[in-house]
Design a protein. Structure first.
Length: 320
């Protein structure tokens, strides 16, 4: 969540004490770069240009009078000052976000902005109906949704860029609470005229003979699929991965065009167009189920809008 507020901060580095007033957005950018050790990756996660990220970091370094990163053409590394700032910066961002949440919760407001980070499946196929109903009931609310993979969603939550996150699969992250929403099943998809169309279930051994189109590393879908396949005795190294794509619609289009087969959520096959272009089958002896869940920071009070959204999603999940 972009902010322009300033935070009073006391930092001790190498025996020196700094009293500075830092822009919250600069702290968010610093944390994103520090956690990824990449200016380009941080820029993508924050939806900023790389020069903008560099400017925020340079301004923060000027405020502190200290270099936070060592940058070469090959790598980015935290300096001692940067390492000293990192934990404190994350703590400050969490405390500041919690203060805003506490005030909103005390007043019971369902207005203003709600920042949501969601994985592709939930963001694209589960959230829209609940968000539409939330908007109808509370027209003064503006929901800002960022679509990310599971790892990035948790990063946005920790970094204060999201008020609530939505992820898939079993997650165990220190400092994050997970609230189960619904069960989700992963299925194998193939082109409509593929030989798998004549099968009721696909033998596990047949996967090694097919080119595979998968989600990128770090996605909940890929992690869950690989875990289930490995438990079924599949050698993941033997799979013929021909493409890694970050978008579910891109994966469905690639499969429909004949690039390979894939594993995606059954929830992503609800539109008639997708159903006509690809077929979906279960894998014999493998039931790839996972839980969709909301994520909040441990010890924080979710915004009233986040609580209401969670309630709508749970009601939606209980509908036949």
């Amino acid at each position: 969540m972009a902010m322009t507020t300033a935070i009073q901060h006391q930092l001790i580095v190498n025996g020196y004490q700094y009293h500075v007033e830092m822009d919250e957005r600069r702290l968010e950018v610093f944390v994103a770069v520090a956690r990824r050790l990449s200016f380009s990756d941080a820029a993508r996660s924050l939806h900023l240009s790389q020069p903008a990220v560099s400017q925020h970091v340079a301004a923060l370094e000027a405020d502190l009078g200290a270099q936070l990163f060592e940058r070469t053409t090959r790598r980015v590394r935290l300096t001692s000052a940067g390492a000293a700032l990192l934990d404190r910066a994350e703590s400050l961002l969490r405390e500041h976000a919690e203060a805003r949440r506490a005030v909103a919760a005390a007043e019971g407001r369902i207005a203003g902005e709600l920042s949501v980070a969601a994985s592709l499946t939930i963001g694209g196929y589960v959230l829209p109906r609940a968000l539409a109903e939330l908007r109808r009931r509370h027209p003064e609310l503006l929901a800002r949704v960022t679509i990310e993979n599971t790892e990035q969603v948790i990063g946005s939550l920790r970094g204060g860029r999201a008020d609530i996150g939505f992820v898939e699969g079993e997650q165990r992250d220190t400092g994050v609470d997970y609230h189960l929403l619904r069960d989700d099943e992963l299925v194998l998809i193939a082109p409509a005229k593929h030989r798998f169309a004549h099968m009721t279930e696909v033998p596990v051994a047949d996967l090694a003979t097919e080119p595979m189109v998968l989600r990128e590393q770090g996605s909940g879908t890929r992690t869950v699929a690989e875990t289930h396949l490995q438990n079924a005795g599949v050698d993941l190294e033997a799979l013929r991965i021909v493409a890694e794509l970050s978008g579910i619609d891109a994966i469905k289009a690639a499969v429909a065009a004949g690039l390979g087969v894939s594993i995606i959520s059954r929830s992503a096959l609800t539109d008639s167009g997708a159903a006509a272009e690809v077929i979906h089958r279960r894998i014999a002896g493998v039931r790839m189920h996972r839980q969709m869940a909301a994520a909040t920071l441990t010890g924080t009070t979710p915004l009233p809008a986040a609580q209401r959204l969670l309630a709508l999603l749970r009601r939606q999940a209980s509908e036949p």
